[in-house]
Design a protein around this ligand. Structure first.
Ligand code: C5P
Length: 342
């Protein structure tokens, strides 16, 4: 899974860190701990960031091409203590969007070193392609891949159960990215049941569209609760949806794609509804917002249609819209093939 090569005394791993889309997201109710009980079906897609991770003697160096994330360098052997506080740290860059103590890459590395008690350092580079705060799980994916990479580089000190517990502490979506294919996620999203097949998406292009602004996940859940209906736990038929996914008939499955968070987010940002109408009018069998949005995906029957509609989107809404055509990684074999092609 990880491509390795020697680098002086240390080793370097380069990893693809893929995005996900939620094909189904039902919110069952609010929990005493403030989270929401959900049932969601997620599938990784071939849109991915690239991470490079190398062990060093001590401290941390985090570099990225993303302007949405602050770079961070700290030579202290106990660099992670500072990340637990919001105060300034030596060498800390400034970013409005995501300062170091909120950056899931840094938090994952910090938690790993804290858990294992290992006394070494790390150098991380991140090439970002997944929109930040877009509902595609980019940060969660990065965190999971950092855990896997550090565990591998240091001789697997954490077994899978400890990695899973650590991932769940970092964020509700992080455990999903320790796996490789489609899954049902329950609880607050951290209880993962892998799904064997997702035939509905096999060989079918997925067009992603992001309007260029972010949506805060806590806000989306709060706003849903304020609408007073969908968060009450109306049980949507997830079992039926999973059956239809496995049968492979896109038109039969299409009406069952569902995201409870669409309601508050589309109400606040009606442009997302306009994008969906535009996509459906041009042959998309399914259009749905992913996670807490605002990224919207559309499933088409054929790649040339998806590419044509992508071009039409830019003609109609301008060049600043972010779009990509990718494929769903519907099983282990496909995920492995995709990683080999990296
Ligand atoms: O787990 P994560 O840190 O990604 O969650 C971010 C926020 O999203 C939580 O603090 C909570 O407000 C909201 N959330 C929720 N229910 C979930 C997942 C997230 O209310 N199942």
């Amino acid at each position: 899974m990880l491509a390795r090569f020697a680098f002086y005394m240390a080793e370097v791993v380069q990893i693809r860190s893929e995005a996900k889309i939620n094909l189904f997201l039902n919110v069952l109710g609010r929990r005493p701990d403030g989270y929401h009980e959900i049932e969601t079906v997620m599938v990784p897609v071939s849109l991915s960031d690239v991470l490079e991770v190398a062990l060093t003697g001590s401290g941390i160096e985090f570099r990225t091409d993303s302007t949405a994330l602050a770079e961070y360098v700290n030579h202290s052997p106990d660099w992670w203590h500072g990340l637990e506080h919001t105060g300034s740290m030596p060498g800390q860059a400034v970013s409005d969007q995501c300062p170091p103590h909120r950056n899931l890459v840094l938090r994952a590395a910090a938690e790993f070193f804290k858990q294992t008690g290992l006394r070494c350092g790390v150098r991380i580079r991140l090439w970002k392609s997944i929109p930040v705060a877009g509902g595609l799980g980019g940060g969660s994916s990065n965190a999971a891949k950092i855990l896997l990479a550090l565990n591998q580089l240091t001789g697997n000190p954490l077994d899978y159960a400890r990695l899973l517990a650590l991932a769940a502490r970092l964020g509700s979506d992080v455990p999903f990215f320790l796996g490789e294919g489609p899954a049902l996620a329950t609880g607050r999203g951290e209880i993962i049941t892998p799904l064997p097949e997702c035939r509905v998406l096999e060989g079918r292009p997925v067009l992603l569209l992001n309007p260029g602004f972010g949506v805060s996940t806590p806000w989306a859940y709060r706003a849903l609760a304020a609408t007073g209906d969908a968060a009450r736990g109306a049980p949507a038929p997830v079992a039926r949806f999973i059956e239809l996914l496995q049968q492979g008939d896109l038109r039969a499955a299409a009406p069952f794609f569902y995201n409870a968070l669409e309601k508050p987010v589309l109400r606040k940002y009606p442009i997302l509804e306009i994008y969906q109408e535009f996509l459906r009018a041009r042959g998309a069998a399914v259009t749905l917002m992913s996670g807490s949005g605002p990224t919207t995906f559309a499933v088409f029957e054929h790649s040339d249609t998806a590419e044509r509609v992508r071009a039409e989107l830019h003609d109609r809404f301008g060049p600043n819209l972010w779009t990509a055509v990718c494929e769903a990684l519907t099983g282990r074999a496909l995920a492995a093939k995709y990683r080999r092609a990296a």
